[in-house]
Ligand binder design. Structure first.
Ligand code: ZN
Length: 290
């Protein structure tokens, strides 16, 4: 599922391709349920002739601002992809919504599993208001994270996946951040020491910035894997320490990575670096491999 680095990569490529300023000639809704609101007919009619003023990201949402008001929100969910194609390029079986742009291009939502959703709203702030802070925002400080963690007795993994707690993280980057910070996914949020919260804050930013630099994570070559609007795959897979690396050696200590289920989600940990009890694990240690 696309997370913050993948969604930001989509937005960056759309902007580079000149999406801001593009005029929408017409919209084709090929799978009606991909449009969450309003009804497909109204969606089509409301967008025809409108100009895209800006494109940005909030959490895992792509936000397209329309000149004169209104916003298109796109959530890619499991397998959604936004592809920019020449209008004459053959459409694909799983294209669900197509924005026909002036100048002979199309912005196509392609989605094999049909969970992706597009909505047209008048007030983006209201629609996105429940989202937690942006982890890469300047005002999201270590102290900000610490005070938010202190209010929750939940386990770290499900809490960090909760978009109202923090926006943009999903399974990949939460597992990577917890490994980076040497924290167990079942650790209780409120029980973290200030130094651990600070380590988690640093770790979240580290793994997200790395993911962004690598243009996102594509896990395989299957239809469901992330590709950008320019049909490029992310390069971040090689940089992952634990996610879907069960049985492989921890890059820090050499112990075999384990797979757990935490809050019903597959979770990957180093059993030596991320101790379930007894506070923060110690540093890598030369004898760790023994
Ligand atoms: Zn380790």
């Amino acid at each position: 599922m696309p997370e913050l680095p993948e969604v930001q990569t989509v937005v960056d490529e759309l902007l580079r391709a000149g999406i801001a300023g593009a005029r929408i000639r017409a919209v084709d809704v090929l799978w009606r349920r991909s449009v969450a609101e309003p009804a497909a007919n109204k969606f089509r009619a409301s967008l025809a002739g409108r100009t895209i003023a800006a494109c940005s990201r909030r959490g895992k949402f792509i936000v397209i601002d329309l000149a004169g008001g209104g916003h298109v929100l796109i959530h890619l969910r499991m397998t959604g992809r936004l592809i920019l194609a020449a209008a004459e390029a053959r459409r694909e079986k799983h294209d669900r919504v197509v924005f026909r742009l002036a100048g002979g291009r199309e912005l196509r939502l392609h989605d094999t599993r049909k969970f992706a959703r597009v909505r047209l709203v008048a007030d983006a702030a209201a629609a996105l208001g429940a989202l937690g802070p942006e982890p890469l925002a300047e005002d999201f400080t270590a102290e900000c994270l610490r005070s938010r963690l202190a209010r929750h007795r939940r386990m770290l993994k499900p809490l960090l996946l909760d978009q109202t707690f923090l926006a943009g993280l999903g399974n990949i980057y939460v597992d990577e951040a917890l490994w980076e910070a040497r924290l167990h996914p079942r650790a209780e949020a409120a029980a973290l020491a200030a130094v651990q919260a600070a380590a988690l804050h640093r770790a979240i930013r580290t793994v997200l910035v790395r993911g962004l630099r690598n243009r996102g994570t594509s896990l395989g070559r299957g239809k469901g894997n992330f590709v950008s609007p320019e049909r490029r795959r992310g390069r971040n897979r090689a940089a992952l320490a634990v996610f879907r690396r069960t049985g492989e050696p921890c890059p820090r200590c050499g112990a075999a990575i384990e797979r757990l289920i935490v809050g019903q989600r597959a979770t990957h940990v180093c059993p030596r670096c991320q101790k379930e009890r007894g506070g923060p694990a110690r540093g890598p240690g030369k004898a760790a491999r023994g």
